[in-house]
Design a binder for this molecule. Structure first.
Ligand SMILES: [Zn+2]
Length: 61
């Protein structure tokens, strides 16, 4: 099962590792702060039946 995802910060371009766990419904949204530039990043992930996650990120501002 896929639980770790590498994203690129949309503000500073830094690569960040995130961890997600599939839950009922398979869809989660979360706002995290970049560890480097501290800007808010909106993350939206959808898991399919096989536990593969499809992650979308965007600026939360
Ligand atoms: Zn950043």
């Amino acid at each position: 099962m896929e639980t770790e995802f590498e994203i690129q910060c949309p503000y500073c371009g830094e690569m960040i590792w995130l961890e997600f766990y599939p839950q009922d419904g398979g869809h989660q949204e979360m706002i995290i702060d970049c560890e480097i530039c501290c800007n808010p990043i909106m993350t939206s992930i959808r898991f399919d039946h096989e536990g593969h996650g499809d992650l979308i990120i965007d600026r939360a501002q």
